[in-house]
Design a protein around this ligand. Structure first.
Ligand code: ADP
Ligand code: ZN
Ligand code: ZN
Length: 745
């Protein structure tokens, strides 16, 4: 299959980035050699009335298309494949498993500039390195040329190459010393490469002394380098998981191999990148959605060409090619952002494991609150559990209190008991963190006279009040409206805010604690570039007393001075119809709580609730996350829910409700028929039902759920059904998508 093209194999089979499940055949240009074509290269092809950048999958000798209909490609864009045979195989696996067109999977895997057909070349970086002579030369010999002496010593101290950018730092004076050192053959022009990194010059700062549990975890993974294995590092918040990653990475770097580190939302945790940069002196490629296309392209190519050892990135970095792969790490493996929710809906966690297996390298998953799937995989013997039960250093775990607010007088969401606790903490000059997962002033505008509620005209959702800006906003589409003065229904009734948002809580805190500094962290308060970093620095410098925010606060932050953590409203998460919700809520509670007492002073967590007897809350605070997970898993087993069965969700949206429903009913009929014709294990089909938000941005949304206890049987079922779905959609023209292993229903 991976055969290069020769005279017999002169048909190029390519994946075109469109949403169709088929490959396209083209002729190789007449004067081309068979060695010109290798899978993983990009080619430019005529397509429709235009042309497209496509991806070479294989060279074949025969096409099912009439040869007079076949066209030649326009150009070959790469001299060498962009992707290795392993990576080509990985993308094919992704396409098959997620039932997603291969061309579109390539689109997910490649940075934008390469998708557009730009040359895969890095801007040449001016770099210099010591020669053997330079290494052996005593710099004292240059004492009469102090600038040359200083420059030579700089290289000797680093013992590896330095880029012009690193040498300049805004000052070009070093250049006058460069020329004589080059002439004396003490320095030479260098090309950065991880293979040129001397093993004793990788670190900028020494590692911490690992505690016995960390040590055991590090040893286990390091022993398994060079072979496939999945490790689940379950470490309570603040147990030093990051330190474990750093020490393992150091070993991988010493072997001149590369590490891919995936994190949920790197822009929310700039501290993590800083910790990597403080530890290692090697180049670190960072990639996420806030960077420019050019920056992401450079990061990708540096890893592909083996010029960089570490990549730190979000979900989409998963497919970055590695010249010399050593290890894949997924931090906060439970985080929902590892699941892509549009286009190819892959799970970065699951694909990382498949990639590790194909590459023959270990995969390390870390979390304080591992997903039920990963615990299940440990129970099945597929993953090895590494446990960090204690907080690192001197920190102790926080204590929990369920604060029963039934029948209590509340001041904008704060009970009197809570206000007293906050006061006590502030009096000790310690920081308080308040969590509320709703931004804006209030989630609803209601008329006190007639009960009218301001709804979004495009969605099944209420408009959220943003009081500072005097706007009403839908959080599910772009619809906005100025704040209303009078009720459009009864004219005379008084309009009131209903419910709590972070802005509203900020107001009451400002009036209660007038002399204290309050920092609000949510998508609104941090929308300007650099503002999140400023707030985080302010918190860490101790120039904030109360931190108030949304789930941004739940992400791996290390706030050293927070001792009291409050969740203002845990109840709203307890009654979801989605079976994933309990797991999500438990993870959120534990993660938010994990911000309390991370250094010397002990931490306390208060959960305000009207459900103080709720089993989920009681299990969680009395017996911990693991106990919760064990119970939740046995409930899933009893109900035959994932991970004890498998789900594939067919979602559809259309601007006509009947059309969306009819489409799914037609699919359902077809599915029933195809079921009768075989004797395999029965696939349950549930629905069609409206999606939890049945109308969004003007579109009606319905879904159909397929469930089977055997993964393979389910996938084969969908494979058979898929061509039929394409066929019927020719007469419906709705927008549909398949979600394999959905994380929300
Ligand atoms: P996690 O990633 O598990 O939340 P971190 O790696 O952020 O934990 O560690 C929490 C804190 O403990 C950090 O301040 C870190 O520097 C410190 N720490 C980690 N390991 C050690 C150790 N072995 N000795 C002393 N302090 C440590
Ligand atoms: Zn809307
Ligand atoms: Zn009214």
């Amino acid at each position: 299959m991976t055969q290069a093209c020769n005279t017999r194999y002169n048909i190029l089979r390519v994946a075109v980035p469109i949403r169709l499940h088929c490959l396209f055949d083209y002729f190789a240009p007449e004067n081309s050699f068979h060695t010109d074509f290798k899978p993983g290269m990009r080619v430019l092809v005529p397509f429709g009335r235009g042309q497209k950048v496509a991806f070479l999958i294989e060279c074949v000798s025969h096409s099912n298309i009439d040869s007079h209909k076949l066209k030649p490609i326009i150009a070959i864009l790469d001299a060498q494949p962009l992707l290795s045979a392993h990576d080509v195989r990985l993308l094919q696996w992704v396409s098959r498993y997620y039932h997603h067109p291969l061309g579109d999977v390539y689109t997910t895997a490649l940075p934008a500039l390469l998708r557009q057909g730009k040359v895969a070349a890095l801007p040449v970086e001016e770099c210099y390195a010591l020669t053997a002579l330079g290494m052996a030369t005593d710099s004292e010999q240059l004492k009469r040329a102090p600038k040359q002496k200083a420059l030579l010593e700089k290289f000797q101290k680093h013992a590896c190459y330095l880029s012009a950018a690193a040498l300049s730092n805004g000052d070009e004076k070093w250049r006058s010393a460069l020329k004589p050192l080059l002439e004396k053959s003490l320095l030479e022009v260098a090309i950065p490469s991880i293979e040129a990194l001397p093993a004793d010059a990788l670190m900028r700062n020494e590692a911490l002394i690992s505690n016995p549990q960390q040590h055991a975890a590090i040893d286990k993974v390091c022993d398994s380098l060079g072979q496939f294995g999945v490790f689940l590092l379950e470490g309570v918040t603040g147990s030093g998981k990051t330190e474990v990653y750093l020490q393992i990475i150091h070993t991988v770097l010493q072997q001149q191999q590369q590490v891919l580190v995936l994190v949920p939302e790197i822009t929310l945790t700039p501290q993590l990148e800083a910790r990597f940069r403080q530890r290692f002196s090697v180049d670190i490629a960072v990639t996420h959605s806030k960077l420019t296309d050019k920056q992401r392209n450079i990061a990708w190519l540096k890893m592909q060409q083996g010029m960089c050892s570490i990549m730190l990135g979000t979900r989409s970095a998963l497919f970055t090619p590695l010249k010399n792969p050593g290890l894949i790490i997924l931090d906060e493996e439970h985080d929902a952002s590892f699941k892509q929710q549009e286009g190819c809906r892959f799970s970065a966690r699951d694909v990382a494991v498949v990639r590790g297996k194909m590459l023959g390298i270990p995969v390390l998953l870390g979390s304080a609150t591992p997903s039920l799937e990963s615990f299940h995989n440990v129970n099945q013997g597929r993953y090895q559990l590494l446990h960090l039960p204690l907080r690192a250093g001197n920190a102790t775990p926080p204590t929990f209190q369920l604060l029963d607010i039934r029948n209590k007088k509340m001041q904008e969401g704060l009970s009197a008991m809570l206000i007293a606790e906050i006061k006590d903490t502030l009096a000790k000059n310690e920081q308080v963190l308040l969590f509320l997962n709703r931004r804006g002033f209030a989630p609803t505008l209601i008329c006190h006279g007639c009960g009218w509620v301001m709804r979004c005209s495009q969605c099944d959702a209420n408009m959220v009040i943003h009081a500072h800006e005097r706007r009403l906003r839908c959080h599910h589409c772009a619809y906005e409206h100025q704040l209303l003065e009078s009720c459009p229904a009864c004219i005379t009734g008084q309009l009131m805010p209903l419910g709590l948002g972070t802005e509203r809580v900020e107001n009451v805190l400002t009036s209660l604690f007038a002399d204290k500094v309050i920092v609000r962290l949510d998508r609104d308060s941090t929308k300007h570039k650099g503002s999140l970093e400023r707030y985080l620095a302010q918190i860490n410098d101790g120039h904030a007393d109360i931190i108030l925010g949304t789930q941004m606060l739940a992400k791996g932050h290390h706030f050293s001075q927070v001792t009291l953590v409050v969740m203002l409203d845990v109840d709203s998460g307890l009654f979801s119809i989605d079976f994933h919700a309990a797991e999500r809520l438990a993870q959120l509670i534990v993660q938010v709580s994990g911000r309390a007492g991370r250094e010397q002073k002990p931490g306390k967590v208060i959960l305000q609730t009207r459900q103080p007897e709720h089993p989920l809350l009681l299990t969680l605070i009395k017996r911990g996350y693991k106990a919760f997970a064990t119970i939740a898993l046995s409930e899933r087993q009893e109900a035959l829910l994932p991970p004890f069965s498998y789900h594939i969700l067919l979602r559809v949206q259309a601007n006509n409700e009947d059309l969306a429903k009819q489409f799914l009913h037609t699919v359902l009929n077809l599915a029933h028929n195809s079921q009768h014709s075989t004797c395999e294990l029965h696939t349950d089909i549930l629905g069609p039902v409206p999606a939890p938000m049945a109308r969004r941005a003007g579109l009606y949304r319905y879904q159909l759920l397929f469930q089977n206890q055997k993964r393979q049987v389910l996938h084969q079922f969908i494979d058979r059904l898929l061509p039929e779905i394409y066929k019927i959609n020719r007469s419906f023209s709705v927008s549909w998508s398949l979600d394999v292993d959905p994380v929300d229903l």
